[in-house]
Design a protein around this ligand. Structure first.
Ligand SMILES: C[S@@+](CC[C@H](N)C(=O)[O-])C[C@H]1O[C@@H](n2cnc3c(N)ncnc32)[C@H](O)[C@@H]1O
Length: 304
C-alpha cells in the first residue's frame, strides 16, 4: 500500500487516491478499490489479509455495466454477455490465485456460489469451483448452505402442469457458502487463529445466545435482500456476511471482499469493528457502498 502517492483529494470522510491507474477510496476503517480485483490485489503485500468473503460475478448471466445503465435510466433492459465457461474458469482461477498470496497463512477465503445457467444447461459451478480452488492451493474446510425462505423462480410449477415423472424441477432456495483456508506452512507458528493472546480472545468472545439453534448447523436460514432494499441485482444479506465475519475474524483484522458489489461484507466488517478492503469495477456500487458505510460510522459515533 506504500505505492499510494498520486492525486490526493479529500472530502469530509473519504479520501480519493490513484494507484497504478486504479482509483482508491479510503474511508476511516478501510479502503475500496475501483477496478479489476486482480490489479487491485497486486497493490497489496503478501500475507496481509485475515479473511476474504465474496460472491463472484456470474459473467455470462449479469452484465453489470448494463445493469448500471438501466439504473441510470439509459437502458430499458440489459443483455447477457458471451463468455465461455472455460474463460470464466480462468478468470476465477487467476483472481483466487492472487488472493492466496495476499491472505495470511491460516486465513480463510469464504465464497458464496451456486449452480448457474450456461447455454441452456444448469451447470454444477460450485462443485467445479471446489476442485479449481484445491488445484491452486486452497484447503476445503466447510460447506454451508444458505437457505432462503422464498423462491424467486417458478420451477416447481412445471410438475403442477405435467404431474408425471421427469417433470420435477424444484424451486431454488439455496446457495452454497464454501469455506477454504490457506495452509499454514509451519503450522505451529503461522496459523493466525491459534496464536491470539488470551486477552484478545476474551475481547472477541462470540455471544452464544442465539447459537444453539440453526446457527450451530451447516444450513443457515437467512432472508434474501429484496430488490427495493439495495441497488445491486444480487446483493447478499448483511446477516450472511456478519456471521462469516464474526466466526472467522477478530476485531481490527482486515476483512476483504474482492467482488464487493454494494459492500455488504464491508458493512458487516465496519459494524463488527474490523477493517475492510473492497474491490469492484463499477463506480456506482462503490459510491453506494461508501455511503452505507459512512451512515453506519455516523450511527456508531452517536452510540459512542
Ligand atoms: C455477485 S456480485 C457481488 C455482490 C455483493 N456480494 C453484494 O452483496 O452486493 C459480483 C460483483 O463483482 C463485480 N465485478 C465483476 N468483475 C470484477 C472484477 N474483475 N474485479 C472486481 N469486481 C468485479 C461486479 O461489478 C459485481 O458487483
Amino acid at each position: 500500500m506504500e505505492a499510494i502517492t498520486e492525486e490526493k483529494e479529500s472530502n469530509e470522510s473519504v479520501e480519493k487516491l490513484e494507484v497504478n491507474c486504479i482509483k482508491v477510496f479510503k474511508a476511516k476503517h478501510g479502503t475500496i478499490f475501483l477496478g479489476d480485483c486482480l490489479k487491485a490485489m497486486q497493490q497489496l503485500p503478501d500475507n496481509s489479509v485475515t479473511l476474504a468473503f465474496t460472491s463472484p460475478p456470474y459473467l455470462n448471466a449479469i452484465n453489470y455495466e448494463e445493469h448500471i445503465e438501466k439504473l441510470q435510466g439509459k437502458k430499458e433492459r440489459w443483455e447477457r454477455k458471451e463468455v465461455s465457461y472455460n474463460e470464466y474458469r480462468d478468470f476465477l482461477i487467476e483472481r483466487f490465485k492472487e488472493l492466496i498470496r495476499v491472505i495470511k497463512p491460516g486465513g480463510y477465503n469464504i465464497v458464496n456460489i451456486s449452480p448457474v445457467g450456461w447455454n441452456g444447461n444448469r451447470v454444477a459451478l460450485p462443485f467445479h469451483f471446489v476442485s479449481w480452488m484445491e488445484s491452486i492451493g486452497w484447503k476445503f474446510r466447510e460447506d454451508i448452505i444458505w437457505e432462503k425462505p422464498v423462491a424467486k423462480d417458478r420451477r416447481s410449477g412445471v410438475l403442477l402442469q405435467h404431474p408425471y415423472p421427469g417433470y420435477y424441477y424444484p424451486s431454488l432456495v439455496s446457495e452454497y457458502v464454501f469455506v477454504f483456508q490457506k495452509p499454514a506452512e509451519k503450522e505451529n507458528q503461522e496459523n493466525i487463529y491459534w496464536f491470539r493472546t488470551p486477552e484478545e480472545k476474551e475481547r472477541n468472545k462470540i455471544d452464544l445466545k442465539n447459537y444453539q439453534g440453526e446457527m450451530s448447523k451447516n444450513v443457515w436460514k437467512i432472508r434474501q435482500v429484496a430488490p427495493q432494499e439495495n441497488i445491486h441485482p444480487c446483493a447478499f444479506p448483511t446477516e450472511l456476511a456478519a456471521r462469516v465475519v464474526n466466526f472467522y475474524s477478530y476485531k481490527n483484522d482486515i476483512v476483504m471482499d474482492i467482488f464487493a458489489g454494494s459492500g455488504q461484507t464491508l458493512l458487516a466488517a465496519q459494524m463488527l469493528g474490523r477493517k475492510f478492503i473492497g474491490m469492484d469495477t463499477q463506480k456506482e456500487y462503490v459510491d453506494y457502498a461508501l455511503n452505507k458505510i459512512k451512515n453506519v460510522e455516523g450511527q456508531q459515533k452517536l452510540c459512542g
